[in-house]
Design a protein. Structure first.
Length: 127
């Protein structure tokens, strides 16, 4: 049986916006509120270059990554063609205006994902 963890109220998520849920291990989870007030949860990482989807623009039931404008579908985490890629999705339950996430998924799902590291530093030496 699924154990659900209460996260916040629907009203605490901006309409066409997001909020982040930190986890003990792994990247944050982004909870989105779409155009019809449907609630979705994705790993807060774009499949392209790891941009924070929670900072993107939500429109309809999609989010545009703030880094390179990739469109990610909130329902399934898939990038919109012609782009390719997938962001892990988390089960969401809304009851009596409260948002819940599956406690086991929150603790264990997609915890191996990381943000891409920046390129190597260039050390400048004064002549």
């Amino acid at each position: 049986m699924t154990e659900w963890k209460q996260i916040c109220s629907v009203d605490e998520i901006p309409h066409l916006g997001a909020r982040r849920v930190t986890r003990a291990k792994g990247l944050d989870v982004a909870i989105f509120r779409g155009a019809q007030d449907r609630i979705f949860a994705l790993l807060d990482r774009c499949p392209h270059k790891g941009g924070p989807l929670s900072q993107g623009i939500v429109f309809g039931e999609s989010v545009a990554c703030p880094m390179h404008n990739w469109t990610i579908q909130l329902a399934d985490g898939n990038a919109q063609a012609p782009d390719e890629g997938h962001t892990p999705v988390f089960a969401v339950r809304v009851q009596d205006g409260q948002v819940y996430l599956d406690a086991d998924e929150l603790a264990n799902h997609a915890t191996e994902w990381t943000r891409p590291a920046a390129g190597p530093a260039c050390r400048l030496v004064a002549a």
